[in-house]
Design a protein around this ligand. Structure first.
Ligand SMILES: [Zn+2]
Length: 334
């Protein structure tokens, strides 16, 4: 048995769609006495498709939206997900950096900010967090020791209305981070899948990532993004392969065979052999040529380079032409 404090209810689910918690025809039934009507969008094709599938079990989730409780019914279904589009045909190399995502295929290369909005909301959230802490201290001075730490033992906490207001704001931001991240991940995943059925990318070392770039990057959940991309492409019969960073050293390699370490702030790959390319795009290009034995297939990379140098250049010149909305674009090195 698990105990939840008042107000902490998050989710309940049934074991099947036959007893206690069930869904049928737009209604959720809880026990014998509670019937909940679901709000459904009749125009939503995805939902219409989903509701025709067999229901395995059903779940109710509480989310706090703008300070108010909202309850969602989640149905766990049997069958295949709704498919809006076919997988593309290209072989794509991906490179995910702390703030960028580079996608390189035969016809187009893209370089975008990866989930930047999430970091902005996270900054707000942390500011609110500090405010909460100040309010807690102001309302409960006797709960703290002289050195600022919380006293041990049983305490009574006073929560002012202002504090509760700040706390609900904090929860709202937390929810928005999750929501915005999900949206952005979904958008990028769909864009990639519409172009390709075969994806190669470096395995992200979550720990190294966090160590190098801090918590705000972790909020973008790049690992979660790659996992969902992998799941989706594989469920449709495509290929997804991650290779270890350590053995391939993509960021240091040139397709002429040269291996040279470059500092992180160096955003361009410039090699003595004459190859010049934006760093993230170049890594994504090389990612396409990593073989099963985790080596770069230099011969083929060399052969394709002329074609790809045009694709990469075009991407860069498009970015240059675009009016920078925010200063973030500087991380591209453009
Ligand atoms: Zn070179």
């Amino acid at each position: 048995m698990r105990f939840k404090r008042k107000g902490e209810f998050v989710t309940v689910e049934g074991k099947n769609n036959k007893t206690f918690l069930t869904y049928s025809n737009g209604y959720v039934f809880v026990g014998k006495n509670l019937t909940l009507k679901c709000l459904l969008d009749p125009k939503d094709k995805w939902m219409q498709y989903a509701l025709k599938q067999k229901i395995k079990f059903c779940r109710i989730i509480k989310k706090e939206v703008k300070g108010k409780n909202r309850f969602y019914a989640q149905l766990i279904l049997e069958g295949n997900p709704y498919q809006k589009y076919e997988l593309g045909k290209e072989n794509i190399g991906l490179d995910i950096g702390p703030s960028t995502i580079a996608i390189v295929g035969e016809s187009i290369a893209e370089l975008k900010e990866f989930c930047e909005e999430v970091v902005l909301i996270d900054k707000d959230k942390r500011r609110i967090n500090r405010k909460m802490d100040r309010q807690r201290r102001a309302n409960n001075p006797s709960n703290y020791q002289n050195n600022g730490t919380v006293k041990k033992g049983k305490k009574k906490w006073v929560y002012s209305n202002r504090y509760l207001h700040t706390r609900s704001k904090h929860r709202e931001l937390e929810r928005r981070i999750k929501e915005v991240r999900k949206q952005l991940h979904g958008r990028d995943t769909n864009q990639i899948l519409q172009r390709s059925s075969s994806i190669q990318t470096e395995k992200l070392s979550y720990k190294a990532f966090q160590k190098m770039f801090g918590k705000s990057i972790a909020r973008k959940a790049p690992g979660m993004f790659l996992n969902s991309l992998k799941r989706k492409v594989k469920s449709r019969g495509g290929d997804f392969r991650e290779f270890p960073t350590y053995s391939t050293k993509l960021s240091q390699t040139c397709h002429c065979g040269m291996i040279k370490k470059k500092p992180l702030k160096e955003r361009w790959h410039k090699c003595g052999c004459g190859v010049v390319a934006q760093r993230d795009l170049y890594s994504a290009f090389l990612a396409r040529y990593v073989t099963k034995s985790n080596r770069v297939d230099i011969k083929n990379a060399k052969m394709d380079w002329i074609q790809f140098s045009f694709v990469l250049d075009k991407c860069v010149s498009n970015l240059e032409r675009r009016k920078p909305e925010r200063k973030l674009i500087s991380t591209f090195g453009i």
